[in-house]
Design a protein around this ligand. Structure first.
Ligand code: AKG
Length: 321
């Protein structure tokens, strides 16, 4: 499908350029964008002719005018702060458009259930971006695991994706707005783990701070010690020496698989899949949303039991507290 009309909410944000590129690469067009922040020069590289509004009401009015003039809106893409996703998704559905929303689709399981009802009411669909499921290394791993006799694999997952101090000053650093890092960034690998190894049977949290989190998960076919961090000081020395900012690694029964690379181009692939009718919807997102919600609510146990070795790394202070 091409030549479709898109609107985008949150065009000044961190991940918006990947959506702009995906809309362009799939030969579709952006007709309107919204962001309360007006630093959106990035639009020139993709859709200089799109309308841009900084107020929600004017955005709404503009889309309504286009609709009454017979211009169909096919998709609304959403890269706003996480806690606003469900409201913005509903807005998109009410525009009689399908919605493509960044991860985490919503913060709480009950938000997803409400959206399920909204899909039925409007007859429109909600899709999310779960780009690790489209990562070739992860796809090959899933195939390999599915071919093996069912057993509990021993898994260590280290997921480090360094972010500067800006992160803590933005909405991402605020627990009620982003859900904290286990929700905002961990959602990628929790979805991936459940997708490969099956449903959650037990979850423990050993560490949960502004810049890192660690815990233990028992899934149908794996026991997983996980560590997540956005502190560059937790990157392996070899990565730091090369100027790298990410280290994504999964060790299964002693065998290590790195998937640090190949992460940035997957939005276009996600859009292609959605446009071909193979997008990930609310049902696909539900298990990882339930897990990150339970991790936010969990008692933090400290370094006891099956903790990931990197959880014992020295910890710094919050830069702004
Ligand atoms: C974010 O910064 O919100 C991300 O999702 C980044 C994920 C990653 O770098 O692995």
């Amino acid at each position: 499908m091409k030549d479709l009309n898109f609107a985008l909410i949150g065009v000044a944000g961190y991940v918006a350029p990947r959506h702009l590129r995906a809309i362009k690469d799939t030969e579709n067009r952006l007709i309107a964008a919204l962001d309360p922040n007006d630093s959106v020069g990035v639009m020139d590289a993709y859709f200089p002719d799109a309308a841009f509004l900084v107020e929600f009401e004017r955005f709404d009015r503009h889309l309504e005018k286009l609709r009454q003039n017979g211009q169909k809106l096919h998709y609304v893409s959403i890269c706003s702060p996480n806690y606003l996703h469900d409201a913005h998704i509903r807005f998109g559905l009410r525009q009689r458009a399908d919605v493509i929303c960044e991860k985490p689709l919503v913060l709480n399981p009950w938000n997803a259930e409400a959206l399920q009802r909204n899909e039925v009411e409007t007859g429109q669909r909600v899709y999310t971006i779960l780009q690790l499921r489209l990562h070739p290394v992860i796809q090959a791993l899933k195939t390999r695991m599915a071919q093996q006799a069912v057993q509990k694999h021993e898994v260590d997952l280290s997921y480090i994706t360094a972010r500067g101090n800006w992160y803590y000053a933005s909405w991402k650093g605020e627990m009620p707005k982003s859900g904290g890092i286990a929700t905002n960034i961990g959602i990628h690998f929790f979805d991936m783990l459940i997708w490969i190894f099956g449903a959650v049977q037990k979850s423990e949290v050993h560490l949960h701070r502004h810049d890192r989190a660690a815990g233990y998960l028992e899934l149908e076919r794996a026991r997983v010690r996980w560590f997540l961090s956005i502190d560059e000081k937790t990157l392996p020395q070899a990565v730091r020496e090369k100027g790298g900012r990410t280290f994504r690694s999964i060790r299964i029964d002693g065998e290590e698989l790195e998937f640090s690379e190949g992460f940035t181009d997957l939005h276009t692939e996600s859009y292609r899949e959605i446009l071909a009718g193979r997008g990930f919807g609310l049902d696909d997102a539900a298990p990882s949303i339930a897990l990150v919600h339970s991790i936010r609510e969990a008692e933090v146990l400290g370094l006891k039991g099956e903790y990931h070795p990197l959880a014992a790394l020295p910890q710094g202070r919050h830069p702004f507290k």
